[in-house]
Design a protein. Sequence first.
Length: 146
Amino acid sequence: MDKLQMAEELIRRTNVTYSEATEALENTGWNMLDAIVYLEKQGKTTGSVRFGRVKKTVGGRLKKAWDFCCGHDFEIYYGNDRVVNIPLIAAIVITLCLFEIVLPAAVIALICGCSFKVAQRSTACTEEGSCGFNITAASDKVELNK
């Protein structure tokens, strides 16, 4: 990284002016971390220093995982037909509670040619509030094929 890029990165992370950034980098031998500490000691940083992923907390990660689980479905396909479509959170709970049954069943399903997929929940499903249980769609397919 050249000196101009280092100065721009320091400006982005600390919200200081270009002259303050270059002064800090020159006084610290162009070491980014030392320059940040130097600026903090001078009281020139505004707000907190941003380091991207460092600030993530356990609670934030849990919320992100929860949001992912609530927004996705677990689907089982046999050929091109979707056989099972349940919310991902339900699939996780079932797996944790019935692990001794689910694991052999999953292996047998794979041997028989089934495939598993985690898919984002469709907007129609979330608007209707059906939470991904798509049993009526399966019964409609059967009626159409008659």
